[in-house]
Ligand binder design. Structure first.
Ligand SMILES: Nc1ncnc2c1ncn2[C@@H]1O[C@H](COP(=O)(O)OP(=O)(O)OP(=O)(O)O)[C@@H](O)[C@H]1O
Length: 586
């Protein structure tokens, strides 16, 4: 896979805007460099006593035209460059977002939200600034420098005088080669510490309620303070070297001016050059100082933004780990059994497997219950059935097709997945429920809310289904959120439904109502239910008990109760006081 080169791609699309802008800069500078020449001629005319009031008016007009022409073309050139700079931001941010949506769970486990936000904010802005300012100032400054040197040459100022005056400026490239990599390295450190700060801030805002409840604000402040201090330290290291560089450039410009004044002054006094040429020379050298300063800034900014550009290119070059086959098939789960064959899976090849040799056959239209201790691999199995992680080839089959041969989008539209902590968006409850299909009619949404036992809570809210979550602090309780998320899964009416401990936050009576509703709703559709409470799965056609990644028991509720094992133990604990607690079964 070719590494991503966002800047090259962008320039390929927008080169003509830059060309027009550079052309405008060219005209603007071509006009501007007449300024010292006109003033030099004016000085000579004044010195020779030939200055008349008509000539004063003519010179004034010339200077006015030079001024207006310069401003007009320079302004237009700047506008164009700024405009494409903003387009760059827009295109890259959109591209980044698209890229993020393609990345899998493993990517998000490794990269925190804060770090990803910092790519969006800091890095994109750094690159945009450098290309806007960089192109503008470099084009402007280079042309002005070339034009100023050319004008000096054609103004019959002696070459040795020009060479001696501009000599200090020739040292700039040498300094750039030496300091550039140092600035780049330190900028990378700054960007990385900024990323860490955003990450910490995001985490701390997310966990602020826990922080307050544990009254550990001081510890959190201290932790956040450390990330900010790290930024400060890195910034200071960067500023030290970049300020030195920025100061050095005008210093060399000033040295050039001193040589021009001393040597040019001597030649003027000894009548080897005219006063007009001396004035023009000093004005040209002065004129070169601004562009030199600009070039100094630009080089500085470019070095810094190269660190950001490398980060962005590196990020965009990462491929999603779950890749669809070229000839991937549409999923059609209407009457497809789900088969799991010899499935073993580890999140990290270096660590021990989380699932070991799992074998299952879930007949189309039946219900499978999964129970097991925490950390036994239940959610991992769900994730593999959804292919949010890639199972080994040939281990999970929908009908006759290996899951890896299915189109990802069609696989996931055929499955309704309801996680334990379903995320709700800051939009209306109706939109949250109809998340998979915004065209759903209201009756369907209402029916799903009723099945999920959340309907009565919703109609009690100020705007019922149109109530916006998050607005004016309106939030739902944990159980209400879970049931809304369940309604979102039910409304999808998918051939396969995966409920991952989706009724854990409701009371026993509500759970019973929900399970009954789901049983009716999905009587001929495949449903897999993970639960910690036996009451949520005991109706299933088959129940498996997972322990440390292994299926240790399987059967129906009554079959499992007859076996001595984890299931009966769990049942006894949950039904304390019932006959199972004393070791008998029903
Ligand atoms: N993204 C991940 N990367 C690495 N290890 C993981 C990841 N997700 C889960 N694990 C590990 O895999 C094991 C099984 O986790 P899993 O979430 O499947 O268990 P579970 O049975 O669903 O647990 P619970 O009942 O608590 O939800 C655990 O040891 C967990 O630490």
């Amino acid at each position: 896979m070719k590494p991503k080169r966002i800047l090259a791609d962008f320039f390929r699309k927008t080169w003509y805007v830059y060309l027009i802008s550079i052309f405008f800069h060219l005209i603007s500078n071509a006009i501007h460099v007449f300024y010292p020449k006109v003033l030099g001629e004016f000085t000579d005319t004044l010195q020779s006593g030939g200055l008349t009031s008509e000539l004063v008016v003519d010179y004034s007009w010339m200077l006015l035209v030079i001024g207006i022409g310069h401003v007009l073309f320079n302004g237009s050139a700047m506008y164009l460059i700024m405009y494409v700079g903003r387009r760059f931001e827009f295109i890259v941010r959109r591209g980044l977002f698209l890229h993020f949506t393609e990345m899998g769970e493993r990517f998000y486990s490794k990269n925190g939200v804060g770090k990803l936000l910092s790519y969006f904010m800091n890095d994109v802005t750094a690159v945009r600034e450098s290309i806007s300012m960089g192109v503008n100032s470099t084009a402007n400054a280079t042309m002005l420098l070339v034009a100023a040197v050319t004008m000096m040459l054609v103004s019959q100022i002696p070459y040795y005088l020009i060479l001696a005056s501009v000599f200090p400026l020739l040292l700039i490239p040498v300094i750039v080669v030496y300091l550039g990599p140092i600035i780049r390295r330190r900028s990378l450190e700054v960007q990385e510490s900024l990323g860490r700060m955003t990450e910490t801030a995001e985490e701390q805002f997310g966990g602020i309620r826990v922080t307050k409840k544990f009254a550990v604000e001081d510890i959190m402040n201290e932790r956040f303070g450390q990330t900010v201090e790290k930024i400060r330290d890195n910034q200071v290291r960067l500023v030290r070297v970049s300020s030195f560089f920025q100061a050095l450039v005008p210093f060399l410009g000033a040295a050039a001016l001193i040589i021009a004044l001393a040597l040019g002054g001597y030649l003027t006094i000894t009548k080897q050059i005219t006063l007009g040429k001396f004035v023009a020379l000093t004005l040209y050298i002065r004129m070169m100082m601004n562009p030199l300063q600009q070039i100094g800034n630009v080089i500085n900014t470019i070095q810094r933004s190269r660190a950001s550009l490398d980060r962005l290119n590196g990020l965009l070059s990462q491929r999603p780990e779950i890749v669809e086959l070229e000839n991937a098939k549409e999923a059609n789960f209407g009457d497809a059994d789900i088969t799991v064959r010899n499935l073993s899976f580890a999140y990290d090849p270096a660590s021990s497997p989380v699932l070991k040799n799992i074998n299952l056959n879930i007949k189309a239209g039946t219900t499978l219950g999964i129970i097991g201790r925490t950390g036994s691999g239940k959610t991992t199995l769900m994730k593999l059935l959804l292919r949010t992680y890639d199972p080994p080839p040939g281990t999970i089959w929908y009908g006759e097709t290996d899951i890896r041969a299915l189109k990802l989008e069609s696989l996931r539209t055929q499955i309704a997945y309801v996680p334990q902590d379903g995320f709700l968006f800051s939009t209306t409850i109706k939109e949250n429920i109809a998340f998979s299909d915004s065209t759903l009619d209201f009756e369907t949404i209402e029916a799903a809310a009723k099945h999920a036992q959340i309907y009565n809570n919703i109609v009690d809210l100020p705007n019922k289904f149109e109530t916006r979550l998050g607005e004016r602090g309106l939030t739902l309780s944990g159980g209400q959120r879970q049931r809304t998320s369940l309604a979102r899964g039910i409304v999808k009416n998918a051939p396969v439904m995966l409920l991952d401990d989706s009724v854990s936050a409701v009371d026993a009576i509500t759970e019973k109502d929900i399970i009954e509703a789901i049983q009716i709703d999905r009587s001929h559709k495949t449903t897999i239910i993970i639960a910690h409470r036996i009451s949520a799965i005991k109706h299933a056609n088959e129940i498996i008990v997972l322990d440390d990644g292994v299926i240790v028991q399987r059967g129906t509720h009554s079959e499992l109760l007859l076996q001595q094992g984890l299931y009966a133990t769990l049942h006894a604990i949950q039904e304390e006081g019932s006959p199972h607690a004393t070791g008998t079964s029903d």
